[in-house]
Design a protein around this ligand. Structure first.
Ligand SMILES: NC(=O)c1ccc[n+]([C@@H]2O[C@H](COP(=O)([O-])OP(=O)(O)OC[C@H]3O[C@@H](n4cnc5c(N)ncnc54)[C@H](O)[C@@H]3O)[C@@H](O)[C@H]2O)c1
Length: 354
């Protein structure tokens, strides 16, 4: 549900629950800058941010919080935050007393257009992104674009990358509309219609394949390489980030959407080489990267490690293969593309040479 007034949207959704049976989980930064959370008037659990905290320990905190407040199976968990909060909260809800209702209120662009819908929940484990998880659909996702007013430019860019991915799966019209969006000033008001269109694309794909047996794999475009880049930062031997012109501050973890953008560039390169896709979308994303996102902060020596991580990706149907979604052209995805090590090396060479 898309709304500009959170409280009006929530009222009918919450009316059927005992107010003593409603609790909220949120993130530190969100709680600090969004008064809407306290205004809800329910007990709030504030989680630490960062992929390193998207863990079983965080899930345990949520389970403990639900138990402390005597939440029964008729209760409700409200997940108010970015994709980390909605993924963790959704997983905790899916397992608590064999299933508790939850509502997502995404507060980042990335969570609005992707993480909070479609029912994928989970946490990182053994250095692997979302290695443990479930499919568990929220009873509602309330998308309120004004919540983005306090979001940083780099977080908006992170979400914008997932929107580009969605548009590449849909068609040139949406892709071109996104390219028209003014990334220099990033007006939140202009995002609402684009969010709505991206959500409609994701909903259509998820409805046709809720458990990712086929077409839903298309939504993983950019994510085989993207997740490996993120996982590099989750490993004990995490790369040391070099100072650079990258918009993300150099000593911070790679944001999910940035990893997705780099992944899209590598995987569009493979789409050109293997499927004969036109070079234009690859060039357009490359320009966006150079102007707004900065280059990935990886060394050539990270390549072997990245490929080993891709071989462990949960999307793989056989061990030690690399499975990607590519596109024939904008709007024409090609799922289950098995990529050889040498092809992936070539794609990473392209990405790291930019
Ligand atoms: N389940 C899915 O289908 C799915 C899809 C895509 C991504 N994901 C997951 O989503 C996660 C990334 O989500 P994300 O990009 O939202 O990151 P995030 O949850 O880390 O949030 C980003 C940062 O912004 C802060 N923040 C959130 N809302 C804010 C607001 N309105 N104002 C100011 N600060 C705010 C957060 O506290 C956090 O520090 C990844 O873990 C990824 O794996 C899941």
């Amino acid at each position: 549900m898309l709304t500009n007034d959170l409280h009006i949207a929530l009222r009918p959704l919450l009316a059927s629950y005992d107010p003593q049976q409603i609790v909220v989980v949120t993130g530190q930064d969100v709680n600090a800058c969004r008064p809407e959370i306290a205004a809800l008037g329910y007990p709030v659990l504030t989680m630490q941010g960062g992929e390193e905290n998207k863990s079983i320990v965080a899930v345990q905190h949520i389970w403990d919080f639900l138990l402390e407040h005597n939440i029964t199976r008729r209760g409700l968990l409200i997940c108010f935050g970015g994709g980390i909060v909605t993924d963790l909260g959704g997983f905790a809800a899916s397992t608590y007393k064999r299933g508790l209702n939850y509502i997502n209120i995404p507060t980042t662009l990335l969570a609005m257009v992707d993480a909070s819908t479609g029912g994928k929940t989970g946490f990182n484990y053994a250095g692997l992104k979302n290695c443990i998880g479930s499919f568990y659909v929220p009873v509602e996702t309330v998308i309120c674009p004004p919540l983005l007013d306090t979001l940083s430019a780099e977080q908006l860019l992170s979400g914008y990358a997932e929107m580009l991915k969605t548009a590449l799966l849909d068609g040139s019209e949406l892709f071109n509309a996104l390219l028209q969006y003014d990334l220099d000033t990033m007006p939140v008001a202009d995002l609402a219609p684009l969010i709505e269109r991206c959500l409609a694309v994701k909903e259509r794909i998820v409805q046709s394949d809720p458990h990712e047996q086929g077409l839903r794999k298309a939504l993983n475009l950019g994510h085989t390489v993207g997740h490996a880049l993120e996982e590099l930062g989750l490993q004990p031997s995490a790369i040391s980030h070099q100072p650079s012109e990258n918009r993300q501050s150099s000593n911070r973890q790679l944001l999910h959407g940035y990893a997705v953008l780099y992944g899209l560039i590598a995987e569009l390169y493979l789409s050109v080489v293997r499927l004969g896709m036109s070079r234009e979308p690859l060039q357009q994303l490359t320009q966006l990267m150079l102007h707004y996102y900065g280059r990935p902060q990886c060394k050539c020596s990270d390549r072997e490690h990245l490929i080993a991580l891709m071989e462990q990706d949960k999307k793989n149907e056989r061990t030690a293969e690399i499975n990607c979604t590519l596109i024939h052209s904008i709007g024409q995805p090609a799922i289950n593309q098995v990529i050889s090590r040498s092809e992936m090396n070539e794609a990473l060479d392209y990405l790291f040479s930019l």
